[in-house]
Ligand binder design. Structure first.
Ligand code: AHR
Length: 512
């Protein structure tokens, strides 16, 4: 007992956390990390599309191509955005795609009932979105209207966007509206949050509706090779996943979605910047819950699909707080601090580690809404800490996931604890290994010993994202307060790597 106390006080005196260790199984990689895990989501909501991605063809102040901001495209290209989900969200189940094609002065307006009842003039529609994806080099993921649309409407959208010229009145329409060849659209969502804004359906009812829509959205045997994604569960609604797995014929779907936001309390979300440590702790609890959610939904899927042919797609995730003071409450505009970097780093580590089942994830949302990677104010633009995490982590895209086990010390607040350190690792096509590490503890640096099994490395380098206060953020006045810098606190000795992770930091190591 006395000895134990002596060790504990010795560690405390020299500031070490001896409990942090990672074992990396560098020769046991089996599954690759789909690049689509690094996907994004753009909804007709607030200033995500209008005044965000799209400033209009007649804008002479902000350089654009067909109305799409070029500085944003440039920044997103550096992020290597692999896939972009559109047009919602809740908006998707009110959206009628025919209203958004053809000459703009002939497009009817609609009311955006979910997001502030603003007038939607439909000037950004299918052609604009799909052309923008081509410009960006990202695959589109179209979210179909099941809640208030018809099977005919969705099946026509498939034809309009993807079928060969001359094959139907829909493809004639496409040609008439200026697009000579089909776009490549593989990913199709059949409704969004069917349990809520997508129609308030019960799982059993939605399963039937899904079957009906899926039957007509392509030819009957899906020789179009569309990748069909069923609207999935909210958080821990395991019944939803169970019913869909039981009721959807395997030939009619490829994936189930899952939505989980890191929100403290839907009635009292707290501020995005000046939050307390208590609020930070709860946000982290919610973020780390993703591990349990993915594990349990996957376990249900395993019962029906042990070979993991069907994917789990987390097509909405991220932090959700009160809007910035003085902004429209329905526009969901929030700032982005090191707390968001922690959510991003931890959730991406979870998705990487579950890449045998999680084949796509879409951060909510890409510009000016919720946990955005970019915020704009007229012609100004800033990259958020979340942007930097996603950029640092993009080395994992399509790389071979290397399993690891993390033995972490606790981050303690009062009587509550969370694991301070989380991580994931992969080996890319050039044979370079990357390890991404997050220390969510805002009060303490954590030292981590990484024991490497099955490989030997000659060199280690890396980058780190940190700030002296977790509430810090990039502002329009100080856009580069938080940027990644070279990391020099890793020591390699044989197969043992020692790293020091400062409080609330994200580190990505490169091992050769
Ligand atoms: O991302 C904002 C909203 O959150 C989406 O429209 C909806 O799907 C979810 O509830």
């Amino acid at each position: 007992m006395k000895k134990l106390f002596l060790f504990a006080s010795l560690f405390a005196t020299i500031g070490l956390s001896a409990q942090n260790s990672i074992t990396l199984l560098a020769d046991k990689g089996k599954d690759s990390i789909s690049r689509h895990i690094y996907g994004h989501f753009a909804e007709h909501l607030g200033h995500c599309i209008y005044g965000g991605l799209y400033v209009g063809e007649n804008n002479t102040k902000i350089p654009n191509k067909d109305g799409v901001r070029l500085d944003i495209i440039d920044a997103l290209k550096k992020l290597k955005v692999p896939v972009l989900r559109w047009p919602g969200g809740c908006f998707a189940d009110t959206y009628h795609w025919r209203d958004g094609v053809g000459p703009k002065d002939k497009r009817p307006s609609m009311l955006n009932i979910w997001w502030g009842n603003v007038k939607e003039d439909n000037s950004f529609g299918s052609n604009e979105f799909l052309n923008m994806c081509e410009l960006l080099g990202a695959e589109p993921y179209l979210s179909g209207n099941v809640g208030s649309g018809t099977p005919q409407e969705l099946s026509d959208w498939v034809k309009y966007t993807t079928h060969p010229n001359g094959s139907s009145p829909m493809t004639d329409l496409r040609e008439q509206f200026g697009r000579k060849t089909p776009w490549q659209v593989k990913f199709w969502g059949l409704g969004n949050e069917a349990w809520g804004c997508g129609g308030n359906m019960k799982a059993e009812w939605y399963a039937n509706v899904y079957r009906q829509f899926a039957t007509f959205m392509t030819n009957w045997n899906n020789s179009d090779r569309l990748y069909r994604i069923a609207s999935g569960a909210s958080d821990d609604d395991y019944h939803w996943t169970e019913v869909l797995m039981k009721e959807l014929p395997a030939s009619m779907y490829d994936a189930l979605a899952l939505h989980h936001y890191s929100v403290i309390d839907w009635g009292n979300k707290g501020p995005s910047t000046n939050y307390t440590e208590q609020q930070y702790f709860i946000t982290m609890q919610r973020a780390l819950l993703m591990e349990e959610l993915v594990t349990k939904h996957s376990a249900i899927m395993d019962k029906y699909d042990p070979q993991k042919k069907k994917a789990l797609i987390v097509d909405e995730w991220g932090g959700w707080y009160d809007v910035e003071p003085g902004t429209n409450g329905a526009f969901l505009f929030q700032q982005n601090t090191m707390r968001d970097a922690m959510i991003a780093g931890a959730n991406l580590n979870i998705f990487n580690n579950h890449c045998d089942r999680v084949k796509m994830a879409n951060l909510a949302q890409i510009i000016n809404v919720l946990q955005a990677v970019i915020l704009t104010k007229e012609e100004k633009m800033i990259l958020t800490p979340t942007y930097h995490v996603m950029e640092m982590y993009n080395v994992h895209q399509d790389a071979l996931m290397l399993p690891l086990t993390v033995n972490s010390a606790n981050y303690i607040l009062g009587k509550d604890t969370l694991k301070a350190v989380n991580a994931s690792a992969s080996k890319d096509r050039m044979g370079v290994t990357h390890i991404s590490l997050v220390n969510i503890d805002p009060n303490k640096q954590h030292e981590v010993i990484i024991n490497v099994n099955g490989a030997s490395y000659k060199s280690v380098s890396g980058r780190i994202l940190k700030s002296d206060k977790m509430q810090n953020f990039n502002s329009f006045e100080n856009p580069n307060k938080i940027v990644p810098v070279p990391y020099t606190d890793a020591k390699l000795a044989g197969n043992k790597l020692t790293v020091k992770l400062p409080a609330t930091s994200v580190v990505v190591l490169e091992l050769k």
